[in-house]
Design a binder for this molecule. Structure first.
Ligand SMILES: Cc1cc2nc3c(=O)[nH]c(=O)nc-3n(C[C@H](O)[C@H](O)[C@H](O)COP(=O)(O)O)c2cc1C
Length: 454
């Protein structure tokens, strides 16, 4: 206790510097490094001492920060280094705050709330939560922290050991679960530092397709809200030539999953949206006006398909903004006639793609994208650096494969080839005897049957 009778808090900042290229502690957050920001937050929230855990190979910390730097072995993980910190913990420390540097954008008010919660009866560990998920920093009593030396293997095991002694402190700051070690979260941080606290751009950078869902249902009111927001996308000449079928019925979802090529996540998600190109309303409007819709027009076909895609992308973003996970499903075009029948679509409409949506049960690494220079051109298209772009795309794909294997044991339950780059994969998919092209050979004819005489 200090002189005021308050518990003395020591902050421990794991900032090991992992094997990846980016040293998270030194990431620039608008003029201050991540480590400086965390230290400032801890001090502002009343920590009497700050200890930073750092591997020997890591670059020196910025000059002038007042911390006790504890050097750990180059192979030590966070748990090993926390055990070293435990040995060096000052005797007067009553509360330990473990604040990984990747969560540097967590604010002082969160730390204060954790400390306050810890002083209430029966609480030995206080954890911030964002939309129900546990995050960091974590505050705990000294005696709980000491358990790390009694055979509890990791910090997470320590927190999960006895749910009764853990209190969640709900926060609206997503940084308790976002982590600057991830490239997408670093991009999101740049957005945040240049604008709104959690901007649309930050949401976009954090996009990942989710393919595993919890059983939590989604209410009809939420579905309505999501689709209502999504349909405010731009629409060609205001034709609004789209429709969305929200499939909730388990049997029907199962049927859709089969038609989508047996994709398990379609049946597992609480809702499967079928995003349709829909000229039915246009056809009826034309008929009522004594004319016939030009469903043979390739331009109109493009307009309705583009409209559906814009709505679909808006819908995915809306889902992500509300904390849901989603995966678009082009497999919905595998058997378009059967799909249209199953959903009782009218003439002049087809499912452009589906979308499985629910509370995500997976946490896949973001895939990143090819170098921006392959996409953004200034004034005129410029292919002069196309080889660099392709090499960058290849490297990005390999990095993603490594991350999948290391963090998730592979992708869809199988190890990912870490050697093959983007170019080789794309050439296999869409070059020569492409199985993808072959699988959809009948599509044009099938769409004719559905009323698109293109
Ligand atoms: C129109 C469209 C159709 C897609 N179809 C499928 C699909 O049938 N099954 C699936 O698992 N993922 C599907 N995806 C997801 C892509 O595989 C995914 O977006 C891509 O690999 C990039 O990964 P990311 O979304 O996690 O960034 C589809 C994506 C789009 C845009």
């Amino acid at each position: 206790m200090n002189e005021d009778g308050n518990a003395q808090t020591v902050a421990i900042i794991p900032a090991l510097c992992s094997d990846d290229e980016v040293d998270t502690a030194l990431v620039d957050l608008g003029g201050v490094t991540a480590i400086e920001r965390v230290v400032n937050t801890c001090v502002a929230a009343g920590a009497s001492k700050v200890m930073v855990l750092r591997r020997a190979i890591a670059a020196p910390l910025p000059a002038g920060i007042e911390v006790e730097a504890i050097t750990t072995g180059d192979k030590s993980d966070v748990s090993d280094s926390l055990r070293i910190a435990l040995l060096k913990l000052p005797r007067e420390a009553d509360v330990v705050l473990i604040f990984p540097v990747g969560h540097a954008l967590v604010e002082e008010d969160t730390v204060l709330a954790l400390r306050a919660r810890l002083q209430r009866d029966g609480c030995a560990i206080a954890v911030p939560t964002f939309r129900g998920d546990h995050g960091y920093p974590v505050a705990m009593t000294r005696s709980v922290f000491s358990e790390l030396d009694l055979g509890v293997p990791t910090l997470q095991d320590l927190v999960c050991r006895d749910a009764v002694r853990v209190a969640g402190v709900a926060t609206v700051n997503h940084w308790v679960i976002s982590d600057l070690r991830r490239p997408e979260d670093r991009s999101a941080a740049r957005c945040q530092l240049s604008g709104q606290p959690w901007s649309t751009l930050a949401q976009m950078y954090r996009h990942r397709s989710h393919r595993s869902f919890r059983s939590d249902s989604i209410t009809d009111a939420q579905i309505e809200r999501l689709v209502d927001a999504a349909r405010h996308a731009s629409t060609s000449s205001f034709i609004q030539a789209y429709a969305v079928i929200a499939v909730r019925d388990a049997e029907l979802k199962q049927r859709c999953a089969v038609l989508c090529g047996g994709q398990r996540h379609v049946a597992e998600a609480p809702v499967f949206f079928a995003v349709c190109a829909d000229l039915n309303k246009l056809a009826r409007a034309c008929a009522d006006q004594g004319t016939i819709v030009r469903s043979d027009s390739f331009e109109l076909f493009l307009q309705t398909t583009v409209d559906a895609a814009l709505l679909g992308q808006n819908l995915q973003l809306a889902c992500e903004a509300e904390g849901l996970g989603a995966c678009m499903i082009g497999g919905a075009r595998n058997q378009p006639i059967e799909m249209a029948r199953a959903l009782e679509l009218p003439d002049h409409s087809f499912v452009v793609f589906g979308m499985a949506v629910g509370v995500a049960a997976d946490d896949p690494p973001a895939r990143g994208r090819m170098p921006l220079a392959g996409v953004l051109h200034w004034d005129r298209y410029d292919s002069s650096d196309i080889l660099d772009v392709l090499r960058g795309a290849d490297d990005g794909m390999r990095d993603w494969a490594k991350r999948c294997n290391a963090e998730q044991g592979g992708y869809n339950g199988r190890p990912v080839d870490e050697v093959k780059g983007w170019s080789e994969r794309m050439a296999r998919m869409w070059g020569g005897e492409s199985a993808y092209a072959k699988a959809r050979e009948a599509l044009q004819e099938e769409l004719r049957t559905l009323g698109f005489e293109v």
